[in-house]
Design a binder for this molecule. Structure first.
Ligand code: BES
Ligand code: MN
Ligand code: ZN
Length: 493
């Protein structure tokens, strides 16, 4: 279980609601708190203004916290004051961030079974109560995530209930809607994280297919190896050859209940269940986290798992070409020439540039569905990590409007995307003497070279490619569910 507590909303007075921990807030520089924090301060005989702020010097800096015993003056045992930073800098994204920090803090407190919280931002912050509640739910559930399936001693079991408390009927109602929406997003993100955090022995291509097949209200078709051969996916098949695990091509389809869908969209997730590099074997340190090479597939599965709750007005096709990249005796070799689904030939220059080969066939398949737009998401290049680091994904494509919109949707979801160019010059190094192209070119500009490679397989559709190699999996933190919130916002916008 990814999150071990439930989140809800209750109508009532904060000071009268029994709890182990009450969360209130303080904007930076405020000396005499107003609103809910002011009410608690009065109930605590001015402890917050006189002692915490006055004597202790708590200044409300973004992310700072202060824990106070209430000694029976209010119904909650402890108060956790969280600094929201400067009021003028406070955004919904910051609220999500702060909610992640707060729940992490609560999970470390000794007794925090029942946590209640003020609806941050709805008062002095000036946010719409529904939006504020959505962010709190999202941040709390995403921050409260634990992957402890394989630990004998279960982690983060301290919090059992997290309840947003507000005395106004109107706020209560709006917060309920907001929490419901936030839960959907967090469920999708945590679903994706669970899959990407799993050991590679678990998340095999067959397992991903099985998970897709278990989704309610989604039409799922799984293509087996023979079907993939019949479809002519020579690039995808070549990558799968070195593994004992059979490849699966997964097609999930969501059809909206509206008569005419706004548009048709295909979303492809790179699904390399393990990337050893193939015969161009990766060194141990580079191979270590390569179970995460199906993070994009996990994101698409996470998205599809909640799509019936999101109810977007467009038709959505989730596509995954799932296989492992292994150096078994049947493995594809440098020098092999592959024929992709669209008939183009590819000389294998490096077996570790496998993702683009699987995506090539998936892109061809997507274009044949006659969709209006194709988005592919992939942990594609180390070069993208070098260029943008671990906090920013790369985005490229053939349609600026679509790219701009995706960047905006990412920003609204707290996911940073930065556009990289697909200039003509990048095509040069992919030229092959004996085939239509090679699968790798110069190391310089590697993310964009991968982008122009993919462009060869995109026909007559608006297309965007998102490279999440740096953002999908973070050392010590694990999987992040990168891309899920961007995609959700894009579909519902
Ligand atoms: N899965 C890797 C890319 C990757 C690197 C993801 C680091 C996450 C973190 C991809 O298949 C790969 O091996 N790419 C090569 C391409 C090269 C051979 C042109 C790379 O980036 O080194
Ligand atoms: Mn690789
Ligand atoms: Zn890979």
């Amino acid at each position: 279980m990814a999150v071990k507590f439930d989140i809800g909303v209750a109508k009532g007075m904060l000071e009268e609601t029994p709890a182990n921990v009450l969360i209130i807030n303080l904007f930076e520089g405020v000396k005499i708190p107003a609103g809910a924090t002011g009410a608690i301060d009065i109930a605590l005989d001015g402890m917050i203004s006189k002692f915490v702020i006055g004597k202790e010097g708590f200044d409300g800096k973004f992310g700072s916290t202060y824990v106070l015993q209430t000694n029976g003056k209010i119904a909650a045992e402890k108060v956790l004051i969280v600094g929201l930073g400067k009021n003028k800098d406070f955004t919904l994204n910051r609220l999500r961030e702060i909610s992640e920090k707060v729940i992490k803090k609560c999970l470390k407190m000794h007794n925090a079974k029942k946590v209640i919280s003020v609806l941050h931002g709805a008062g002095i912050g000036g946010f719409d109560p529904e939006q504020a509640a959505k962010m709190i739910a999202e941040g709390t559930l995403i921050g409260g995530y634990t992957f402890d399936k394989y630990k004998s001693e279960k982690q983060n079991t301290k919090v059992q209930d997290f309840i947003i408390v507000d005395m106004s009927e109107d706020n209560y109602k709006k917060a309920k809607t907001g929490v419901k929406k936030g839960k959907i997003v967090a469920n999708a993100v945590n679903f994706a994280k669970d899959l990407a955090n799993e050991q590679p022995a678990f998340t095999t291509p067959s397992k991903l297919a099985e998970i897709a097949q278990g989704m309610k209200d989604i039409d799922v078709r799984i293509y087996e190896k023979e079907d993939i051969e019949k479809m002519g996916m020579g690039a995808f098949l070549a990558v799968a050859k070195g593994s004992a695990q059979p490849p699966k091509f997964i097609h999930m389809k969501y059809v909206p209940s509206v008569k005419t869908p706004q548009k048709k969209i295909a979303i492809i997730g790179k699904g390399i269940c393990f990337d050893s590099g193939g015969l161009d074997l990766k060194p141990p340190s580079s191979m270590l986290n390569m179970k995460d090479d199906m993070s994009a597939a996990a994101a698409v599965l996470g998205l599809m798992s909640v799509i019936r709750d999101l109810k977007p007005g467009c038709e959505v096709h989730g596509l995954i070409a799932a296989c492992e990249n292994m150096p078994g005796s049947a493995a594809y070799k440098p020098g092999d020439i592959l024929t992709a689904k669209n008939g183009m030939t590819i000389e294998v220059d490096n077996t570790d540039a496998e993702g683009r080969l699987t995506l090539a066939d998936a892109l061809c398949y997507a274009c044949e569905l006659e969709v209006d737009e194709v988005i592919d998401l992939a942990t594609l290049t180390g070069a993208c990590v070098v260029a943008l680091g671990n906090a920013v994904s790369g985005i490229m494509g053939n349609n600026q409007t679509m790219i701009d919109k995706l960047i905006k949707c990412g920003a609204a979801g707290g996911e940073k995307l930065w556009q990289l160019p697909l200039f003509e010059e990048y095509k040069e190094s992919l030229k092959s003497d004996i085939a239509d192209m090679k699968n790798t070119g110069s190391r310089m500009g590697g993310a964009q070279i991968a982008g122009v490679f993919l462009e060869n397989f995109v026909k007559k559709v608006r297309w965007a490619h998102i490279d999440i190699a740096g953002t999908a999996f973070i050392e010590k933190k694990g999987a992040t569910g990168a891309g899920v919130r961007t995609l959700i916002n894009y579909l519902i916008s």
